[in-house]
Ligand binder design. Structure first.
Ligand code: NAD
Length: 272
């Protein structure tokens, strides 16, 4: 509780708050992470998610789409949880500079964070693109084709090119613009909060180090220890939804005009 109050104070004093999220921020929305015991690596072979295999082998593409069909069915129906909603509320309070996310589930945007403040380091699973002609597809359309029995969906003829979700596979180059922007925001942050990341996937996991090196206060909120816990100024081992909701409530309680007794007055009211 003490560190949650401390984090709320730091957020309120912050001029540039950057939040860095990983798969752990979405597990409370029902989307498994990779490395927890019930995570995706317990059920799938990571080599089916390698860019090189995806491009080179029809079999690998077939296995990728089999897994993708199952994973996307979960992502598509997932709803933002208390952590996503707390972050969106921090933006509404004027306290958020940016969210750098490793997630591909679009839940920060669904929660109401302005898309221009969400930097997606590993892409977004709701979009698909043809690697030959660049034609865009919605992932929902491709999902319908998979559910109708297509094993390896391809671009329309005469192109017939390989289509691929707009997510970054293992071995694939990081998106240049997003990576540079994330690094710039991390270095510009005065407060940097990691939420729900094992901090073992690089180069994404460099972001907290960039922030710390540039002088930010570093907070880590994660269920399990991470390799950077000893660098954190504030370390909270707990569930992202609970912790971020408590942090938000403490932030709001410290903003005088948002104190609970007056909060009803924030609702828009009709004027005579
Ligand atoms: P990870 O699976 O390596 O680590 C997740 C971390 O979150 C773990 O340390 C775990 O202890 C913690 N965690 C799990 N549930 C939590 C909760 N409720 N509250 C707080 N912490 C919790 O995930 P990562 O660090 O993001 O790296 C893996 C890669 O997986 C990323 O590149 C990401 O793109 C991808 N991924 C994304 C999604 C998604 O979009 N939701 C899902 C799975 C994997």
């Amino acid at each position: 509780m003490e560190s949650i109050g401390h984090l709320a104070d730091v957020i309120l004093a912050s001029k540039r708050l950057v939040i860095f999220t990983g798969a752990g921020v979405s597990t409370e929305s029902g989307i498994p992470d990779f490395r927890s015991p019930k995570g995706l690596w317990a059920r799938y072979d990571p080599s089916d998610f390698s860019y090189q295999n995806f491009i080179a082998s029809r079999d690998a593409r077939m296995r990728y789409w089999q897994a993708g069909r199952e994973i996307y069915a979960t992502i598509r129906h997932a709803k933002p949880n208390a952590a996503h909603l707390a972050m969106a509320e921090l933006e509404r309070l004027g306290l958020l500079d940016a969210i750098i996310t490793q997630n591909v589930d679009n839940l920060h945007q669904t929660a109401g964070v302005s898309p221009e403040r969400v930097i997606e380091l590993h892409g977004n699973a709701t979009r698909v693109r043809c690697l030959s002609c660049g034609r865009p597809f919605s992932r929902d359309e491709i999902q319908a084709r998979l559910e109708h029995g297509e094993a390896i969906p391809a671009c329309a003829l005469p192109c017939g090119g390989i289509i691929k979700p707009a997510t970054i596979l293992f071995g694939e180059a990081m998106p240049v613009r997003e990576t540079m922007e994330a690094e710039r925001r991390a270095r510009g942050a005065d407060t940097f909060i990691v939420v729900g990341s094992s901090l073992v996937v690089f180069p994404a996991a460099m972001m907290p180090l960039h922030a710390k090196e540039a002088g930010a206060t570093l907070a880590i909120v994660n269920l399990e220890p991470t390799p950077y816990d000893d660098q954190a100024d504030i370390l909270i081992h707990g569930k992202a939804g609970e912790v971020m909701d408590w942090v938000l409530q403490m932030v709001k309680a410290r903003i005088p005009h948002l104190a609970p007794s007056t909060s009803a007055g924030r609702q828009p009211t009709a004027r005579a």
